[in-house]
Design a protein around this ligand. Structure first.
Ligand SMILES: *Cc1c(COP(=O)(O)O)cnc(C)c1O
Length: 245
């Protein structure tokens, strides 16, 4: 059974239009980066998106990402790690990615900084925050966030860029906005303390317009670009089913 290779170019063009329309509609002026989330998609699908001009890709599982990166070495891709981080994976994550969005504790940040080689530019970091305060979801809670951000800011081989959140899915646009506005408030709170964050990584296929209305500077979109994902049984994907995705 071979799955057809998706043709994401049209979807990317449509999403870019939707992003522009949402910005205009809500009178937002921030630049919005589209991060194409390619977990479970083959390297050929990434290559097709790349041929359409897409250069920023997000991956959740280290082993899966390494395999695809090896096949796409000729492409100038900015790789974003957006999945749960096990501490024994930090060394490879720090060396193989340009950004990590899912940092939620100091120990992981320290390990990433230690492993980032000096020849590379600092690793761009977003702190993952837990808005829904569900015990099952990863992410730092609001109270611990400022201290964590100030500590991570000191680490030599990291550059703290902003916040990432995956709020509980909501159908209702106002409810989506309400959750994102809480992330935005934390972002503003950290910047009021001098953190100089420039990246608000919020919004996925089902809610990116609401995220843009609340100031998203980076939206992480998978399904709307590549189509539905095929669940595949592997130790890596088992982690996702524990509530991280
Ligand atoms: C899978 C995933 C996405 C993309 O979700 P879609 O609903 O397919 O757009 C975005 N962010 C994270 C952290 C993810 O794990």
């Amino acid at each position: 059974m071979t799955a057809p290779i998706p043709a994401p170019a049209d979807n990317i063009a449509e999403i870019q239009q939707n992003i522009a329309q949402a910005k205009a509609h809500f009178q937002m002026t921030q630049a919005v980066t589209l991060c194409a989330v390619s977990k479970s998609q083959p390297a050929a699908a990434i290559r097709a998106a790349y041929a359409a001009g897409q250069t920023v890709f997000g991956e959740n599982y280290l082993q899966e990402a390494l395999g695809k990166q090896a096949q796409l070495q000729d492409c100038a891709i900015a790789w974003h790690f957006i999945g749960p981080i096990q501490s024994n994976k930090t060394q490879q994550i720090a060396r193989q990615f340009d950004w990590v969005h899912s940092v939620d504790r100091l120990k992981i940040a320290q390990r990433l900084s230690d492993a980032r080689t000096a020849e590379l530019p600092p690793l761009n970091i977003c702190l993952q925050v837990n808005i829904s305060e569900e015990a099952s979801k990863s992410g730092a809670s609001g109270q611990e966030l400022l201290q964590l951000a100030l500590q991570i800011k000191q680490l030599p081989h990291l550059r703290l860029r902003g916040l990432m959140a995956i709020p509980a899915p909501q159908q209702d646009f106002a409810a989506q906005r309400d959750q994102f506005s809480q992330v935005r408030a934390l972002f503003d709170h950290l910047n009021a303390h001098g953190l100089q964050l420039d990246t608000l990584s919020i919004g996925m296929s089902g809610d990116y317009q609401a995220a843009i209305a609340e100031g998203a500077t980076l939206v992480r979109i998978g399904t709307a670009i590549f189509g539905a994902r095929q669940p595949k049984p592997s130790p890596d994907t088992d982690l996702a089913s524990k509530g991280a995705v």
